[in-house]
Design a protein around this ligand. Structure first.
Ligand SMILES: Cc1cc2nc3c(=O)[nH]c(=O)nc-3n(C[C@H](O)[C@H](O)[C@H](O)COP(=O)(O)OP(=O)(O)OC[C@H]3O[C@@H](n4cnc5c(N)ncnc54)[C@H](O)[C@@H]3O)c2cc1C
Length: 489
């Protein structure tokens, strides 16, 4: 393989012969493995999402206007916007297909899709529209629930839906391809190529592919943003660990159990016992015939208490309130992933000479405890990135100062505005009392309120004051926590 260069095929129609200059092809099947030795003749491969390695003769390297690293929601949205405007765009994904490596809870807020692809509902792989929101405080055997039913949330700009990421990411990447972007999969970008100190392409497998501008959309641990010096070394306090299992249920059982019709879905968040009182919580989303059940827990707390996230999930699944919802279900898959928690603070500047950072790679994730937003911010920031590149292109170059318009566009797409509105949330959610003391307290109060044993019923206020007085928390602390919550949320 010496002297080879990554050479990317122009879009090949199904079954077409490869172009004469590139006669051999190497497919990489797993990003963690060295390239497999599968070397095939290019003809008859019938897909445009392959990487070719030209071994026969040196050729001038193909150059792109833009390279997008990562075909997650951020990368595909950016590639779509660029390709649609006629920018020669390469979208590189390390997984063997877009979405192959994706993992998330299950709900996508639809508003950026209305802008990006106004008719997205025609073919977007939507599982269910969320019309029932639930928040539960769990104690050892009890659960205090708040439920909000909103059938009107199934349509319009504020709709949200559950989705399977393997299908959703593949769908969005296909939109980018259809718009003219070239997608290659099974290739991990190792770093940036620089010319005169400016980013001028990417390096993958010791080869260089040049481009005028690069978008790093490579997710929470972004190697690209790190290598550009925009992201520091990861610290446990900046991340939570997410775990999810997909549980299969017959469709009728699922709809009866959650009291939803075939189009509707339910979303649940759980605090307290769910995370074994550690900072974090649980979630459950209904798909067509599966449930997504999981936890997001502070990695700092997990390491201090030497807790295994898998053991925590087993314990959570066995809680009576959860066991009732998942009864008879079959676990189909299990996955774990990191969640960046400090928002924009992780990447104070999301652009440099020839480079933009989008989605999780830039820390664009917003967890308020009752809403969890990552995919919508990823799509919106991908859109902002493509628009910034188009504007910089008009102005004649991709210097950091030309790309600084990205900041304005992130505001216009409500990415950084929402993150700023909730800038205090990550710090407020570091208060352990929210995950330990209050869920217990609320359950104890509820238990007393609903236990009528003939020994005289007491008023709710008296019970609450008695519980607080029992030394569990001082009135001052409770008031401060309440005020802190009101300001942060
Ligand atoms: C447990 C959990 C639950 C979540 N629940 C929700 C939820 O319910 N709703 C929600 O909106 N968000 C949720 N999120 C967050 C959401 O998953 C992310 O915010 C979202 O996926 C970010 O999209 P992205 O495109 O920025 O990054 P990603 O989706 O991570 O995509 C990055 C892509 O880049 C590829 N890649 C990485 N490195 C390279 C490389 N070097 N070369 C080539 N390709 C590379 C990856 O394979 C991947 O396909 C959850 C996250 C977790 C962990």
């Amino acid at each position: 393989m010496t002297g080879s260069s990554i050479r990317v095929a122009p879009n090949l129609p199904q079954g077409a012969e490869g172009d004469a200059s590139c006669v051999r092809l190497r497919m990489l099947t797993q990003d963690t493995n060295p390239p497999s030795d599968i070397v095939r003749l290019a003809s008859g491969l019938g897909s445009k999402t392959y990487t070719r390695t030209c071994l026969t003769r040196p050729e001038p390297m193909e150059k792109f206007d833009a390279i997008v690293v990562g075909a997650g929601p951020a990368g595909s949205a950016a590639a779509y916007g660029l390709a649609k405007a006629g920018v020669k765009t390469l979208l590189v994904e390390r997984g063997k297909a877009p979405g192959h490596k994706a993992m998330f809870g299950g709900r996508i807020y639809a508003y950026p899709l209305h802008k990006l692809l106004p008719d997205f509902e025609k073919d977007c792989p939507i599982e269910r529209y969320v019309t029932r929101e639930n928040m539960s405080f769990l104690a050892e055997e009890t659960a205090l629930n708040v439920q909000f039913d909103a059938p009107k949330l199934a349509s319009g700009a504020s709709a949200s839906f559950t989705a399977n990421r393997a299908k959703f990411d593949a769908w969005l990447a296909k939109k980018a391809e259809d718009a003219g972007a070239m997608l290659i999969t099974g290739i991990r970008v190792d770093g940036l190529h620089r010319e005169g100190g400016k980013v001028a392409g990417v390096v993958a497998d010791h080869d260089t592919v040049k481009a005028d501008v690069v978008v790093a959309a490579d997710g929470a641990m972004s190697q690209i943003a790190r290598s550009a010096g925009l992201l520091g070394e990861p610290e446990p306090r900046e991340f939570s660990v997410g775990v999810k299992e997909t549980i299969e249920l017959p469709q009728k059982t699922l709809e009866d159990r959650f009291n939803i019709d075939e189009r509707e879905g339910a979303a649940h968040v759980f605090a307290g016992y769910a995370s074994n009182w550690l900072r974090g919580g649980g979630f459950l989303y209904t798909n067509k015939t599966t449930l997504s059940l999981g936890l997001v827990v502070s990695s700092e707390d997990l390491s201090v208490t030497k807790t295994e996230i898998g053991a925590l999930q087993d314990r959570f699944r066995k809680h009576p309130a959860i066991a009732r919802l998942t009864k008879g279900g079959k676990v189909l898959e299990w996955s774990a992933h990191l969640v960046p928690e400090l928002g924009m603070r992780m990447v104070p500047k999301a652009y440099a000479d020839g480079l933009l950072v989008a989605g999780d790679a830039a820390g664009f994730l917003l967890n308020t405890g009752y809403t969890f937003r990552g995919v919508d911010l990823a799509i919106a920031s991908g859109m902002a990135a493509s628009e910034a590149i188009l504007r910089a292109r008009k102005s004649g170059g991709y210097s950091a100062s030309a790309l600084a318009v990205y900041e304005t566009l992130l505001r216009e797409h409500q990415v950084t505005t929402d993150l700023e509105t909730f800038a205090r949330a990550p710090f407020y959610l570091k208060n352990p009392r929210l995950f330990n003391l209050y869920p217990r307290l609320l359950n104890e109060i509820a238990e007393k309120v609903y236990s009528i044993d003939g020994r005289g019923q007491r008023r709710l206020m008296d019970i609450a004051l008695e519980e607080a007085k029992a030394g569990k928390v001082s009135a001052v602390k409770m008031l401060l926590d309440l005020l802190g919550g009101a300001r942060a949320m």
